[in-house]
Design a protein around this ligand. Structure first.
Ligand code: URA
Length: 205
C-alpha cells in the first residue's frame, strides 16, 4: 500500500471503529486530513463539537487560530497533516481517558509511519505525552527533540492560547521556528535515537 492508500485505509477503519466507548456518542469519527507526503504533522487532542459534526479536525475556533498561525509562517492547512490523539469526540469535550488513548494509538502510529514527516508538532499536553513524560509544557514548548529520526516540537494548544491571551505570542513565536526546523531536518539523514528518558537532554535548539 502506498501512503495515500494507507491513510485512506486508516480513515475507513476509524469510521467504523468500536475499540473504545467513544464510538457510542460520536456523530462522525475524525481521522485527520492532509497530504500523505506532508513535511509537517500536527497532533491535537481530540475532536470537539464542530469536528464531530463535520468529521474534520480543527474546524472550530481553535482551527481558525491554527490557520492564522500557519499563515504567519507562509503556510496553509492544505500543506500539512492535521490529526488528533483520539479520533472520536469525548462527551462534553472532557479530557481523553487513558483507555481511549491506548485504543486509538494504533491509528496515529500508522498515520505517522505512512506520512513519515520531518517534523511533528504536538498541540497541548495529551499529544505531548506521547513523546515526553514527566515534563511540563511550560518548560519544553518550542524546543525540538530528535526522536526516531524526526523532530518533535511540543507547543501549547491553540485553544489554550485563545483562553489565555498571554499565550498567543508564545505560540506565534514557537510557530516561527517551524520553517527552520523543516529545513534543518531535510539535511539530517539518519540519527537513530530511542525515545529519551529525559527529552531535554536531546534538545537541539
Ligand atoms: N481541538 C483538538 O485538539 N482537535 C481538534 O480537532 C479540534 C480542537
Amino acid at each position: 500500500m502506498n501512503p495515500e492508500e494507507e491513510l485512506e485505509a486508516i480513515a475507513s477503519e476509524v469510521a467504523v471503529c468500536t475499540d473504545c466507548k467513544l464510538h457510542h456518542s460520536r456523530k462522525h469519527a475524525v481521522p485527520g486530513e492532509g497530504p500523505a507526503n506532508a513535511d509537517l504533522v500536527f497532533i491535537g487532542e481530540g475532536p470537539g463539537f464542530h469536528e464531530n459534526e463535520q468529521g474534520r479536525p480543527f474546524v472550530g475556533a481553535a482551527g481558525r487560530f491554527l490557520e492564522e498561525l500557519l499563515a504567519s509562517i507562509g503556510m496553509n492547512r492544505e500543506q500539512v497533516f492535521i490529526c488528533n490523539v483520539i479520533k472520536c469526540r469525548p462527551p462534553g469535550n472532557r479530557d481523553p481517558q487513558s483507555d481511549e488513548m491506548r485504543a486509538c494509538a494504533k491509528y496515529l502510529d500508522r498515520q505517522i509511519r505512512a506520512i513519515n514527516p520531518k517534523v511533528i508538532v504536538t498541540l497541548g499536553r495529551f499529544s505531548m505525552a506521547r513523546y515526553f513524560t514527566n515534563v511540563r509544557i511550560s518548560a519544553i514548548h518550542g524546543k525540538a527533540s530528535m526522536i526516531m529520526d524526526r523532530l518533535v516540537v511540543p507547543m501549547y494548544h491553540p485553544a489554550a492560547a485563545l483562553h489565555q491571551p498571554s499565550l498567543r505570542s508564545v505560540v506565534t513565536e514557537d510557530f516561527a521556528l517551524l520553517p527552520g526546523l523543516i529545513a534543518h531536518n531535510q539535511q539530517i539523514s539518519s540519527l537513530d535515537v530511542e525515545q529519551p528518558a529525559d527529552p531535554e537532554q536531546l534538545n537541539l535548539f
